[in-house]
Design a protein around this ligand. Structure first.
Ligand code: AMP
Length: 401
């Protein structure tokens, strides 16, 4: 079966075409600047030259039509006909409490995703645009939705509730949901393969640290705690997001600086984190370069980032009463040897022993970076959220045949 995975943003659309007979990627690409002048389509067919095309793409339906044109193009295409695509899988950030797993798209499913707009105002509306656009272009092809939150629906009430009046949970569904579920799910399963032990008996801490960052405690293959909450703002210090702050900071700043709700939201989501402390960049590469050059603000930003990450690892080891495996993934986790080194330097009390040479190796494969004596296996595992979406889409379509 060939299937298309779509990750729609408000002005962008990423895609990957899979052949599920061997899970190979036939083509992938990205449409950027949808709805602006000069939209850019970058198409990367496997084994052929990449193509970049600039045109006017005003909305997502046209974006998908252009992608399908590229997929069957005699020069850069990989299909004879669009009819070869037998399913479409969509990434949806927020599935609330309604979705404990992936689902076949129906009218009810779309209504439920719309009901969740309040909880994910930036992310769920573009997902609906992507689904509608795919339905218009491929009306008879089954569509599946895969949620970032679903993996964390196994968290217990004591973990997901905030200690605030319970009526707020009942009325507005205010609770912790967690994000990056497909990534935490994927890397924890690969981790069990790497250490050659059954997933069911492992206590794993998965550190998905990219632009957005979250940690998950995965015990027996299920998420028992995760650092993001109602929204992707809670938890770790990130590129531009603050992560945890005293909630009173919000009202205090609003009062002192006369900020509106959207201004304070923007401050915490877009102008905080590494960017705020370094004063120059949200990118870990710039921060570590600055630190190496002795720049004090970059050094402080790095130290705060590493310290907060390490505290979370410690708290998840406490939550599970131990840890067998720590996994680093996503942009920073996969690429920054210095972040991994500094975090692990202060985890010796858990029995963590990093191999400095293995930590420096650059590779796109899952790998162990701890010594054979280390009580905890420390792994670097490149994440693959698209593959999880493709696998779930394949499974759900087979189940609903
Ligand atoms: P992601 O959101 O997973 O795509 O991660 C993107 C982030 O990864 C970037 O903003 C960088 O901060 C970080 N990153 C990518 N490459 C490197 C690298 N070689 N060293 C340190 N950080 C990196």
């Amino acid at each position: 079966m060939k299937l298309l995975v779509i990750n729609a943003g408000s002005s962008s659309l990423k895609y990957q075409l899979y052949d599920m007979t061997d899970e190979s990627v036939l083509a992938k690409g990205l449409v950027e600047r949808i709805g602006m002048d000069s939209s850019i389509l970058t198409h990367k067919p496997t084994g052929k030259e990449d193509v970049t095309e600039v045109s006017e793409i005003l909305e997502h339906t046209t974006a998908i039509r252009k992608v399908l044109d590229k997929l069957v193009d005699p020069e850069c295409g990989v299909l004879q006909s669009v009819d070869e695509i037998q399913a479409v899988g969509h990434r949806v950030v927020h599935g609330g409490e309604a979705f404990k797993g992936s689902a076949l798209v129906t009218g009810d499913v779309k209504s439920e995703i719309r009901r969740l707009f309040d909880l994910a105002p930036l992310h769920n509306p573009p997902a609906i645009l992507g689904i509608t656009a795919a339905e218009k272009n491929m009306p008879n092809v089954p569509q599946v939705v895969v949620f970032d939150t679903a993996f964390h629906q196994t968290m217990e009430e004591k973990v997901y509730l905030y200690p605030i009046p319970k009526v707020l949970y009942k009325k507005h569904h205010i609770r912790r949901y967690g994000m990056h579920g497909t990534s935490h799910d994927y890397v924890s399963k690969v981790a069990a393969e790497v250490v050659e032990r059954p997933l069911e008996e492992l206590k794993i801490i998965t550190c998905h640290i990219g632009n957005g960052a979250s940690l998950t405690a995965v015990q027996g293959g299920v998420s028992v705690d995760t650092s993001m909450g109602l929204t992707p703002l809670e938890g770790l210090m990130m590129g531009t997001r603050s992560g945890d702050v005293d909630p009173a900071v919000v009202t205090f700043v609003m009062n002192k600086e006369e900020l509106s709700i959207s201004e304070v939201n923007s401050m915490l989501n877009k102008h905080s984190g590494l960017l705020a402390i370094s004063g120059s960049s949200s990118d870990m590469r710039d921060i570590t370069d600055g630190m190496e050059a002795g720049e004090p603000n970059a050094t402080l930003a790095f130290e705060m980032y590493e310290y907060r990450l390490r505290k979370y690892i410690g708290s998840y080891a406490a939550a599970m009463n131990g840890v067998d495996v720590i996994v680093f993934t996503a942009g920073v986790g996969e690429n920054s040897a210095v972040v991994r080194e500094k975090v692990c330097e202060n985890l010796t009390y858990l029995g963590v022993e990093l191999d400095p040479e293995l930590n420096k190796v650059r590779s796109g494969d899952p790998r162990r970076i701890s010594t054979p004596n280390s009580k905890v296996d420390v792994l670097v595992i490149p994440t693959n959220e698209e593959l999880v979406i493709a696998r779930d889409t394949f499974r759900i379509v087979q189940e609903n045949k």
